[in-house]
Design a protein around this ligand. Structure first.
Ligand SMILES: O=P(O)(O)O[C@@H]1C[C@H](O)[C@@H](CO)O1
Length: 324
């Protein structure tokens, strides 16, 4: 729980010294406030989360303001190679973007999905209405090749099915309804737009189901077979917890996977995958992923989600919320 301090707004330094509990609503507000102190009047409308090796997507922002995670209370450091520990705020095709240049994988943080999805709640508090989420993934579908992109049609959230939900600890009603519908989690009209954009720029874009395992170990061939049997097309270790929270906040979502390796289905075949290979493929394919995102952003229509904090609530809130 954040400390209160008379009627004076807390300074950035004071906010940075707070011990943040990601499941406490006012602590989330304090995190958003600390960011706001660093971005001034900038109000993002579109959020982007860059997957492993996909930070070039965020590096194309114009007039960028970079906020390192070390300057955000409660944010861990995002230490997986291929991720940069910073938020980028800037413009792309005239739209205002907030981009996570490094994400928090649950396997890095003791499967604390509430913490790992906090940036999505912060996006919402700062005004984000639409989220573009990306990841590096292994192919299960045999029609996929290295470097292909797969538009995510739906997800299988294995940790969530096992009770590791990012919203299970959120008791404050300000977070929104805990019985979040995951029907149409990946917005149909945005998927239609993404397919049109891909066609326009002559980009091969598959569509399929993403499955998230807990990681960090890669899957055994028998596990890849299990996921194939349940209908998954690509596998990874992220995204689903972020999308669940986005839906709880009412943010609409479009997502894609960059296929960095082909999941091995044969236990007698020693085909191994390493994170270095994942990054190598991401490096050569980041170019077309970047082009795709730019065009998608350009063609996104306006969208409005009611803010979490209504006027009345703001009036009752302590000083660190006051100017929201
Ligand atoms: O952040 P993403 O989901 O792109 O990262 C993938 C999944 C693992 O963290 C890692 C495995 O190589 O890359």
């Amino acid at each position: 729980m954040v400390a209160e301090k008379g009627t004076e707004p807390l300074t950035l330094q004071e906010l940075l010294e707070l011990k943040i509990d990601a499941s406490n609503f006012m602590d989330n507000v304090a995190v958003a406030k600390a960011i706001k102190l660093q971005i001034g009047e900038f109000k993002p409308e579109i959020g982007i989360i860059c997957g492993s090796g996909l930070t070039p997507i965020g590096e194309q922002l114009e007039k960028a303001i970079i906020v390192p995670y070390s300057q955000i209370p409660g944010f861990p450091r995002a230490e997986v190679p291929g991720h940069t520990a910073a938020l980028a705020f800037g413009e792309l095709e005239g739209k205002k973007i907030m981009c996570m240049l490094g994400r928090f994988h649950p396997y890095e943080y003791n499967m604390d999905l509430t913490l790992c999805s906090m940036p999505v709640r912060i996006m919402h508090l700062l005004g984000v209405q639409t989220l573009i989420v990306s990841n590096a993934a292994g192919a299960i579908n045999r029609n996929f090749e290295f470097g292909d992109l797969m538009l995510i049609k739906d997800q299988i959230f294995l940790p969530g099915l096992a009770g590791y939900s990012p919203i299970v600890k959120l008791k404050d009603p300000h977070f929104g309804n805990c019985f979040v519908s995951m029907h149409s989690a990946y917005d149909k009209s945005l998927r239609t737009l993404a397919k049109k954009v891909a066609k326009d720029i002559d980009l091969k874009l598959h569509e399929g189901i993403y499955v998230m395992s807990g990681g960090p170990q890669y899957e055994s061939p028998a596990e890849v077979m299990l996921y194939k049997t349940v209908g998954a097309d690509a596998l990874g270790m992220s995204t689903c917890h972020e999308v669940t929270v986005a839906r709880q906040c009412g943010i609409r979502v479009v997502g894609f996977s960059l296929i960095t390796n082909i999941g091995n289905l044969d236990a007698d075949n020693a085909a191994e995958v390493t994170h270095d290979e994942v990054l190598d493929v991401a490096k050569f394919a980041a170019n077309h992923a970047t082009k795709f995102v730019r065009q998608l952003v350009k063609e996104l229509d306006d969208y409005t989600v009611p803010p979490l904090l209504d006027k009345k609530t703001k009036e009752r809130m302590p000083m660190y919320v006051h100017e929201f």
